[in-house]
Design a protein around this ligand. Structure first.
Ligand code: NPQ
Ligand code: MG
Length: 382
């Protein structure tokens, strides 16, 4: 394909409830969308997962927009042939900026797949190293923010259990860990899947406190230490029974290989934005699957645009744990797509259906893209 234009849209989408993590409290999602048009009249959409500020990672919306405008966008617009397969080569001259690259990759891939009437899930299935079954429905978990008190937390968790979620993840930090985990384990009973995510809030002085989490039979503990400190996660993995899972640290397939070889992690959270795209995500899936290491699909408060692509990724056979691929109404009263994600019922209770239409398989509500805009669209042309 040849690209004719890349348009960046910046929107503010209100959250149904505040979402608090060890790094901050969000009440609204600032969303950066990428819309590409091809020379032959096709189009595609991608969602950038960066936050408003550099709090979860060093990337943030202004930085992503800047690098897309001045470096990544011009490189794609100047190329004679842009495909989801060669995009990482075209953008390889820029160091890092994975969330920006991933959003461009997603938009290009959506356009390419719409043009060939291929779904995201079928494309990702063909991109896998070893063939395997693709799920039509994926198991969903939900990420529960830090609450003002235990009663509020238990009420929120009860609502998600009633909705059918198959796994609960609690956000933890020093001072909000053993007590909320004990209370939620008591509420859920011993069979329910429960895990925790610290978003780097702990240090090596907390090893013994973290070991006390072993009493609650957790699926995993996600990213207790700072992202660069693989060695600290090796120490914790040797110190506790609960499986350690890396999120922020895993920025590429190469880092995933190293972290697994060193025994820092025994499960991996795959987020396409964090690793630079869907191609890299499939590589991580493949290397984990070859070693029998479970992976699951993380979430970044995506609208239906990013969510659709993530649900397709979660359909690959190595995604054996429920993801943070929650229903649209976990975060938003109204979604940006005509087909909001709704949890299934009956045998599909707690699951989302994998889209099968061309590209991401959902239709963007351009009325809402205009209505929720907080800046004029930025249009880049060749
Ligand atoms: C995680 N997600 O697994 C992230 C953290 C997270 C669903 O827990 C704006 C930008 C808001 C990035 C909130 C979940 C965010 C964000 C949470 C990332 O660690
Ligand atoms: Mg996480």
């Amino acid at each position: 394909m040849r690209l004719a234009s890349i348009t960046l849209h910046r929107l503010r989408v209100p959250l149904v409830r505040p979402f608090e993590t060890s790094f901050g409290r969000q009440t609204v999602r600032l969303v950066l969308l990428v819309h590409v048009r091809t020379a032959d009249g096709g189009e595609g959409w991608g969602e950038c997962v960066a936050g408003e500020g550099p709090l979860y990672s060093s990337e943030y919306v202004d930085g992503c927009e800047h690098v897309m405008r001045h470096y990544l966008g011009p490189a794609l617009l100047a190329a004679f042939e842009v495909t989801a397969e060669n995009l990482h080569t075209l953008l390889g001259f820029v160091v890092g900026h994975r969330m920006a690259k991933a959003a461009l990759e997603a938009a290009v891939l959506d356009a390419q797949l719409r043009a060939s009437a291929t779904s995201f899930v079928d494309h990702l299935g063909h991109a896998m190293a070893e063939p395997g079954p693709l799920a039509a429905w994926v198991d969903c978990g939900v990420s529960v923010g830090i609450s003002p008190d235990l009663d509020t937390l238990l009420a929120e968790v009860s609502g998600y259990v009633a909705a059918g979620y198959r796994r609960i993840k609690l956000k933890i930090k020093p001072g909000w860990d053993l007590e909320p985990v004990a209370a939620v384990r008591a509420l859920l009973g011993s069979n329910a899947l429960l895990q925790v995510d610290a978003n780097t809030a702990y240090g090596l002085g907390d090893l013994d406190r973290l070991r006390e989490l072993d009493a609650f039979d957790l699926v995993l503990i996600e990213q207790p230490f700072v992202e660069e400190d693989i060695a600290a996660h090796v120490l914790l993995s040797r110190h506790i029974q609960t499986p350690v899972c890396l999120d922020e640290s895993i920025v590429s397939a190469a880092v995933a290989t190293d972290a697994l070889d060193r025994g820092a992690t025994s499960v991996i959270n795959v987020k396409p934005g964090r690793v630079g795209g869907y191609r890299e995500s499939v590589l991580i899936h493949d290397l984990c699957r070859a070693q029998g290491v479970p992976v699951w699909c993380g979430g970044m408060l995506e609208t239906g645009i990013g969510r659709a692509a993530n649900v397709a990724l979660a359909a690959l056979p190595g995604f054996t744990l429920p993801g943070d691929t929650s229903a649209s109404d976990r975060y938003f009263a109204e979604d940006l797509v005509e087909e909001p994600f709704v949890l299934g019922q009956g045998e599909h209770r707690g699951q989302l259906r994998v889209p099968t239409g061309p590209g991401i398989g959902v239709t963007v509500r351009e009325d809402l893209v205009r209505e929720w805009a907080v800046a004029a669209p930025v249009v880049l042309r060749r």
